[in-house]
Design a binder for this molecule. Structure first.
Ligand code: NI
Length: 403
């Protein structure tokens, strides 16, 4: 079924909304075509060709092959003015889809389980609308189709290849369809929205032996247990209780047999936090604890630590722009949700480190229609009425910022 754009008050529909509403079947169609052909990070060939072909068809200037599969479209208004960027990610996940829908994934073991197919459709719709209405804005809009958000990250290489210059981008906006919020709502706030993500892998090197003769061994399992407990004290006893942070050990492997003491144990985990001042802290503290515990038990260790994405921090002015526009689009201030922070992470943060901007959540859940599974679930799907709302928010932000 093709969804229709919600029209609470059809008498007062603005022309923009009418125009975007008429695009809704097309937005759904693009999203479903993309949904059927999900591709993993830096392999988005079909997706990239799909986008380039549409831009070509509409006569929109664009550059392909940025950070392998990324694309930047440039659309100018009728008058000179500021440069605003809009960012959409386009990669899928290595998940086998379990939805029974006519547009289910045709690619075995791959699925758009995070909604990036929707982000791409919204960005395409925005590009199309703006190219048809150059009289409605001044300056330039750059639409960035980014690969590999789910990892290893396409934002940083796109910035390194110059997507924010020539012309120089002054501000950037982006959205994530969000099943943690119902369709018809928008999560927007200034300051921190999403957490930094860091990754560690550690091997504990002990000395194996007979399960009944522990005195002849250094038990890597016992050492690991001490380490895992101690790591939680970083949150409980080192980080200011008014700060939000997480340390999770998600993986632990040791031993093969019940009566043999394992000589090595391997663990990996993730760290999340909002405050950029904490950058560098967790890696050091984790190593101190591991080193101290290993030393006291006679074990050694091999630790690797990576800072993957910084926190997503929104600029107050651009967040206010999005908030004011979104209030018009959802037609009620109640639909604006500022309590929308999450410890999940996003490489939109690299763009926001480079230029002021705002990343926001576009509510997309519809429990009554069975469209409320969490992101990255094999049955994830969203309410497609959100697509038109996304286009309308982007278009109105352009018209306000580039007025
Ligand atoms: Ni995502």
């Amino acid at each position: 079924m093709v969804s229709t754009f919600p029209t609470p008050n059809s008498v007062n529909l603005s022309q923009i909304r009418l125009d975007i509403r008429s695009m809704q079947p097309q937005l759904v169609n693009w999203r479903r075509q993309l949904h059927q052909r999900p591709e993993l990070g830096f392999q988005e060939q079909i997706t990239s060709e799909f986008i380039a072909q549409k831009l070509q068809e509409w006569g929109i200037e664009h550059q392909t092959g940025i950070a392998k599969t990324g694309i930047v479209a440039t659309i100018s208004g009728n008058r000179p003015g500021p440069v605003l960027a809009i960012r959409a990610d386009m990669d899928a996940l290595p998940i086998q889809e379990e939805n029974d829908v006519p547009y289910r994934s045709l690619h075995e073991g791959k699925m758009h389980a995070c909604g990036h197919d929707g982000h791409t459709a919204i960005a395409l719709g925005t590009a199309y609308y703006l190219s048809q209405h150059p009289e409605d804005f001044s300056g330039t809009v750059k639409i960035i189709f980014q690969p590999a958000e789910e990892g290893p990250g396409g934002a940083k290489p796109m910035i390194e290849e110059g997507v924010l210059s020539n012309p120089e981008v002054e501000a950037i906006i982006g959205l994530h369809l969000w099943n943690n919020l119902p369709v018809g709502t928008v999560g927007v706030r200034s300051g921190s929205l999403m957490a930094a993500v860091e990754l560690f892998r550690c091997t504990i090197l002990g000395k194996g032996g007979h399960g009944a003769m522990p005195h002849q061994t250094v038990d890597s399992v016992v050492v690991s247990a001490q380490i895992i407990n101690a790591l939680q004290t970083i949150i409980a006893r080192n980080v200011n209780p008014l700060e939000s942070a997480v340390v999770t050990v998600g993986e632990l492997h040791a031993g093969k047999v019940y009566n043999v003491i394992a000589d090595t144990a391997r663990m990996s985990g993730t760290v999340r936090y909002f405050n950029p001042e904490l950058e560098g802290y967790f890696g050091k503290r984790i190593e101190q604890l591991i080193a101290g515990i290993c030393q006291s038990y006679g074990a050694s260790y091999d630790l690797n630590y990576w800072r993957l994405y910084p926190p997503v921090i929104n600029d107050a002015k651009i967040a206010e722009l999005v908030r004011s526009v979104a209030t018009d689009v959802v037609e009620t201030p109640v639909g604006i949700v500022p309590e929308c922070q999450t410890m999940a992470s996003e490489d939109m943060s690299f763009f926001l480190e480079a230029v002021p901007g705002c990343y926001f959540f576009l509510g997309s859940a519809n429990s009554a229609a069975g469209l409320a599974y969490p992101h990255h679930h094999p049955r994830f799907n969203f309410d497609e009425t959100a697509l038109g709302m996304g286009v309308e928010i982007f278009v109105r932000c352009v018209e306000k910022f580039c007025s």
